[in-house]
Design a binder for this molecule. Structure first.
Ligand code: ZN
Length: 281
């Protein structure tokens, strides 16, 4: 849309910029990466809800704005892994769009510029899922980074929610498996799901001209992954579940105590504590 229509659209947009910093403060409480989010808030500034005519959330790198789906900010206002709300989808979108904005802000710095150029070379001629070759390498680099960051944050949040859900059930003497077999039914399932999701290496897509998003088939460029892991995710999102419990920091200790509590409660309620007599006289 352009011209008068666009001006009208822009007048109708709801500015939600003031709602973002409190969400970032909440995210920090659960050891989610926040430095790059604050960098985007400080340098980009404007956040809006999407209008009806728009599709999914997007980052406008010309106006330096992020447009988010209606309801997304509300779903994160009370970010809390123990309320079992579907927050990971909203986090995934927020972190994805913030990654686009962050790269947009830093791409003129020498090191970032060099990284993006190398990543673009890497994706040149790479196959898309429809058999065609990547045409817009910059878009694929941006989408690989956004998808990688969003997916890792969502996986972390799902595990944290799963642990709270397990503890909640066990502490009431409820066997979580009574709800049927599910990915949060046991510690082992949560760990297995986490590790499997974190081992995923293919991310990103190219927007088709007449079709939707066409995923790439090539694994994420290793230096782009490293940039996302260290600079954007602050090394907070570990590749292995067991690593979340190690290190002795305030956060790893919190994770560990949650797991310990689950094991204790499970043992109290569900393990057989009767001492079987070995010899019957
Ligand atoms: Zn994107």
């Amino acid at each position: 849309m352009g011209g008068l229509g666009e001006i009208y659209e822009r007048k109708m947009m709801k500015d939600i910029s003031t709602k973002i910093p409190p969400i970032i403060n909440l995210a920090e409480k659960y050891n989610l990466p926040v430095e790059y989010l604050r960098y985007v808030v400080a340098n980009y500034g404007r956040f809006y809800t999407l209008e009806k005519s728009e599709g999914t959330s997007y980052t406008d790198t010309i106006f330096d704005e992020i447009h988010l789906e209606p309801g997304l900010v509300e779903s994160l206002n009370n970010l809390d892994p123990s309320d079992f709300m579907p927050e990971s989808d909203s986090l995934q979108t927020l972190y994805h769009e913030m990654t686009h904005a962050y790269i947009d802000l830093r791409e003129n710095e020498w090191a970032t510029k060099e990284l993006i150029a190398s990543a673009e070379t890497y994706y040149e001629g790479a196959k898309l899922q429809n058999g065609e070759e990547v045409g817009r390498t910059y878009q694929v680099v941006q989408e690989a980074a956004g998808a990688y960051v969003g997916h890792r944050v969502a996986t972390y949040w799902n595990a944290l929610q799963g642990l709270h859900w397990l503890r909640n059930n066990y502490s009431k003497g409820i066997d979580p498996l009574k709800y049927g077999k599910n990915s949060n039914g046991s510690l082992a399932e949560i760990e297995k799901t986490y590790n499997a999701e974190m081992s995923r290496i293919v991310y990103g897509y190219e927007q088709g001209l007449f079709s939707g998003q066409i995923p790439v088939k090539k694994p994420i460029f290793h230096r782009l992954k490293y940039f996302c892991d260290t600079v954007i995710l602050e090394n907070k999102i570990k590749a292995e579940f067991s690593e979340l419990l190690k290190g002795g920091t305030i956060y790893t200790n919190k994770f560990k105590s949650l797991v310990d509590e689950i094991n204790t409660q499970k043992s109290i309620w569900f393990d057989d504590h009767s001492v079987s007599p070995k010899i019957w006289a």
